[in-house]
Design a protein around this ligand. Structure first.
Ligand code: HEC
Length: 145
């Protein structure tokens, strides 16, 4: 346990400069991201950390995550429903449950998604609430078989 604490203290002190909201050019995208950042700090950063770097082998990173960057719709579903079971992110296997956020509206999920997909060097542009609704309804179509 002392080793774990030392590691945490150490990783907290080596803060790097990471590209943030100020780098976003498009105004609408920026507005979404500003709202999204507040929501991210409330609902996500406890685990994924403010800079999206995750927490060692327990919490996968969002920053430069190959898993997240590969599929926006899947991310939307993870935010809404949570996740469990093994997943491989940037070559490392994670297997801890993530709780869902059924209380978040499509607009709020859109804002969080716009934030995480346009900071830390990501540049996917705005993610709309329609995209969120689509991602969630496409899945319920699949469930009803
Ligand atoms: C209680 C801790 C916790 C919270 C809070 C949390 N997550 Fe996660 N998240 C995890 C864990 C653990 C996994 C890996 C799940 C697995 O192994 O199945 C994960 C996986 C993910 C993934 C897919 C893997 C990756 O790294 O690309 C994304 C995207 C994600 N979370 C986004 C979010 C967002 C956005 C929020 C806020 C709405 C959030 N998470 C809140 C713990 C958390």
């Amino acid at each position: 346990m002392p080793i774990l604490l030392a590691f945490l203290a150490c990783s907290a002190s080596t803060e790097e400069k990471v590209p943030g909201i100020q780098e976003i050019q498009d105004l609408k995208t920026k507005q979404y991201a500003i709202q999204g950042q507040q929501l991210y700090l409330t609902y996500c950063s406890n685990c994924h950390q403010e800079d999206g770097s995750g927490l060692k082998r327990l919490i996968p990173p969002l920053r430069e995550s190959d898993y997240m960057l590969a599929d926006v719709a899947r991310t939307i579903r993870i935010i809404h429903h949570g996740a469990q079971g093994e997943m491989t992110v940037n070559g490392l296997v994670y297997n801890q449950p993530m709780p869902g956020n059924p209380q978040l509206t499509p607009l709020e999920i859109a804002q969080i998604s716009t934030y995480i997909y346009n900071v830390w060097g990501h540049q996917k542009g705005i993610i709309s609430s329609n995209q969120v609704k689509e991602a969630l309804s496409a899945e319920s179509d699949l469930d009803v078989q």
